[in-house]
Design a protein around this ligand. Sequence first.
Ligand SMILES: [Mg+2]
Length: 363
Amino acid sequence: MKIKEIKIGKVSIPLKKPFKTALRQVNSAEDIIIKLIADTGEVGYGNAPPTAVITGDSQDSIVAAIRDTIGPKIIGMDVDNLEEIMTTLDGSMVHNNSAKAALDIAVYDLFGKLHGLPLYKLFGGYCNVMTTDLTISINEPEEMVRDSLEAVAEGYTALKLKVGTDAALDIKRVQAIRAAIGYDVKIRLDANQGWSPKEAVRTIRKFEDLGLDIELIEQPVTARDFVGLKYVTDHVETDIMADESAFGPYEVFQLLSMGACDLINIKLMKAGGLHNAIKIASFAETVGIQCMMGCMLESKVGITAAASIAGGKKIITRADLDAAVLLAEDPVVGGVKFNKNQLIISNTPGLGITDVRDWQEIK
Ligand SMILES: [Mg+2]
């Protein structure tokens, strides 16, 4: 099976409600979806949601990187030689990880189809059902309480609250939500780089003193401040998770060498795809650091790929794969199924995706 052609297109999917973090606000999910067509006629699907504030990749840069630079290098390559394709992808240009991730996912999809294997089995086959948390956007405390109560009523057992705009208000937000939902539901916080290291320590200690029972706190400080991240990790009891800092395998290797965090959030768009995500999981597993599989605001193509690696690997103990649930529509046919807060991976080879509706080709 050889790679014959790459078709690039996009979908625009409205959200059920606006998504707000300390970094941005968006009302729809824009996702670039590629079709990697093999000489056998099989199609591999891959995606890249442009998330410039996190990955530095825009729609135009992703399309140009795939169409003009990286894509042509893998045309004609044999899907069975996964290793050769992956090193070619990696060496084709620096950065542009979202574009690389789209191609990497599509190649793995074809590889799975070629060998009749669902991807979660290829990655280790640990389990095919996982529980995801639900993200609660950053808003006034009352609105966040309403959203949290709604999520708990829908059956979510873990909430990820977006904080990080104002430490004093963040304490009010979490206090109000904890009082409303009780202590049976896990609360994770994501500050999206919103605090300084000392502000983070003060704020997190306050959460601890108030007995708010926070399971973990994601990315309290700015992405490049590894020393600041380690300072926070060393000075609080609560587990600290690296997200924006834990970009690709090299950054994760550095963070783990420094002992800068307690947990790692793996995302395909940061890592540059499944191949690098596996490396990150292996580094983390080596030193006993648990991982969460996260996502961007994206279609079910990327969610299925992320769920496949989360299902395959035992060291990935948490899933924050709620993007598909935040969407008002699902144009992706096949792939992972949702049952409330559970994701169920099918045993169909590859990603198990058969079509994407309302896909507009970009020439
Ligand atoms: Mg995060």
